[in-house]
Each structure stands twice: as C-alpha cells, then as structure tokens.
Design a protein around this ligand. Sequence first.
Ligand code: SF4
Length: 375
Amino acid sequence: MNDPKPVRTIAVADLRYRGALPHIPDLLSTPSGQLSDRLHRPLRDLRISVTDRCNFRCSYCMPREVFDKDYAFLPQSSLLSFEEITRLARLFVAHGVEKLRLTGGEPLLRKNIEILIGMLAELRTPQGRELDITLTTNGSLLAKKAQSLKDAGLRRVTVSLDGLDDAVFRRMNDVDYPVADVLRGIEAAEKVGLAPLKVNMVVKRGTNDQEIVPMARHFRGSGAVLRFIEYMDVGASNGWRMDEVLPSAQVIRRIAEHFPLQALEASAAGETAERWRYVDGAGEIGVISSVTQAFCGDCNRARLSTEGQLFLCLFASQGQDLRGLLRGAYSDEQISAAIAHIWQARSDRYSQLRSAQGAELPAGQRRVEMSYIGG
Ligand code: SF4
C-alpha cells in the first residue's frame, strides 16, 4: 500500500513576520498631527490590509506556485477586528493621517467590509475634516458591491486591471476571470459616484506590454485615470527580473506615438504617480515608476498588515506588532506614543537604494509579501 503523500504546510504569515512588540516611550505626549520621520516626511497615508486572501493569483503578487491549495492563510482570530482597525486608525489620524486606503489580498473578500468603512467614515482629522477613504480592488466583486460601499462612506476606488485581452489578463492573474466582469465593476463604481476612479495596470515586459496602447485607447475620455505601474521586486516569491521591467519612459513614448501627451504637476505631496494629460483633452494618465524613478523622497505612507503589524515601506522585511499592544491592554496614549516613536525613527527608502545598490537583501532577510500588507 502506498505511503500517504506527506502534507506540505507553509508557515502561516505571522510566524514568518513575527514583529517585535514596539517600545513604549516613558514620555506620553499629546499627538501634534505633525509627525515627521528622519527624512522629514510627514505621516499622511495609512494603508490597511483587511485580508491576506485573494481570488486572483497575479504572478507579480501572489504566484500560484507559492499561494497554492496548501497555503495556510491567516486564521480569522489573528486578523484585526473592525473595532481594532478603527481604534488604530483613530490614533494614526491624530498623528496627521488624512487618507486611509483599504487593501488586501482582495479587500472585498472581507465579510461585511461596509461596516468597517462606516466606522472609519465617522473619524475626523484634528481639524474636523472628513478622511479620504479609498480602496484598491481587483474589481471582481465590485459590480455587486459598488452601491453598498458608496452608502457606507467609501469615497473612491482604484481597480487593478492588467489588460483587455482575456488571454493576456489570464497570463497576468492566473485565474479564468473575464475582463468584461471587471469592466462591469468599473462601470458600476462610476455609476454610483465612486470617483475619481483610478485603474492600475502592472506592466510586465514580454507578458502584457502589448496591452498598453489598447488600455489607453479604452479609457481615454472615460473620466477614469489609467496608471501604468513598473513591475516591482516586491516580496520574495514573484521571481522578479529587471529585464521584465518596462521603464515608464518607454510606456509614455508608446502612448505619445498615438495620443500626444503633456506632463502635469503632482497634485499632492507624496503622490506615487507621475501625471500626464492628453493634449486633446481626453483625460489623464499616470506612471508609477518605483524601479526607474524612485519616489521615496516624499513617501508619507505607513502600512498595517491584516493582523496589525506596522510596516514602514512596501519593501520592508520587518514589522512592529501593534496588535500585541491592542490585545495587551495598553492605553491609547501608550499605543499612540509607540506609533510616534516608530515613525520618527523611520528612514526607509528602498527604491532609492535599489537604484544605487541593487536589489539584494542582507542574508536571512526577506521582503514582506505585497499580498500581506497591500500594494
Ligand atoms: S520604496 Fe518604500 S520608502 Fe520608497 S516610496 Fe516605496 S514604500 Fe516609500
């Protein structure tokens, strides 16, 4: 009789990314809303991953070889609850955060996410302003959920779409999902007023770069802002190679051959996209060039993983365990002081260093997976 096949288990995320319990400073000061890191970058943008699960297997983020049927996703108990996420968000807002982006995995897979959005929509900046609450989705569930997300208080969405051709789309996300359904989701979002809507296309040379001009042609004049993202060496599982990166300068050149473009100023500090407009007035596009034009200089983003680990860079390899403080009966003042202490000590600028030193990490270190902390 054949020996049973050995069960291959992959350590659950929190084993790999077990973050240290943050230091609590002795002096508990009242948040000023003007927190800056060691490179004088303010804390303005908090990305909150609400699930490590996704129904796509995009090769640049969650390759099926690693995230296969044996992959052990996080148990519900280790995820931050909506109350815990809202408590942390309130503390970050007091330190100057004005924008909350919900991510994943695929955030629309998190049950009752509208309830969380409603709780976050109650928060106000120290000046009494509403927060800019947005969400990044693969669009697969958007047609069904657009209205309820809007009603809950979501302002706008960013939809990931890596091509219009079904075969190319399948090569990028490794699932049998029709582009038409994502386009229906985009339509539904626009119809209920989740705008300005952004569409993100990750460009992988040799896989989907032939879709650049068709995508530009499709979204011209639609009101949606199409952004082209350079393929990045995020995480440790996507087998990234530099020769599969198509520099944004070439993306712009390809589009300009068909539709003349004009460069635009950044609309806000910390903006990741370089903006361009169609000279004929048919709208705007953007390029996000983490590999060839690093934008760490005014990076004002912090990232909260699905189970409360705080990461200070998309390419970080170590987080800080805020969940441990939440569940450890620390006061708001203590947790707030810990957050301030972490941000003030921040000097992350991986993309700048990559350009200067190359992408190698010190031995034993591994970059956190993008599906764990959101893009
Ligand atoms: S590499 Fe890190 S520091 Fe630089 S822009 Fe990206 S997240 Fe910010």
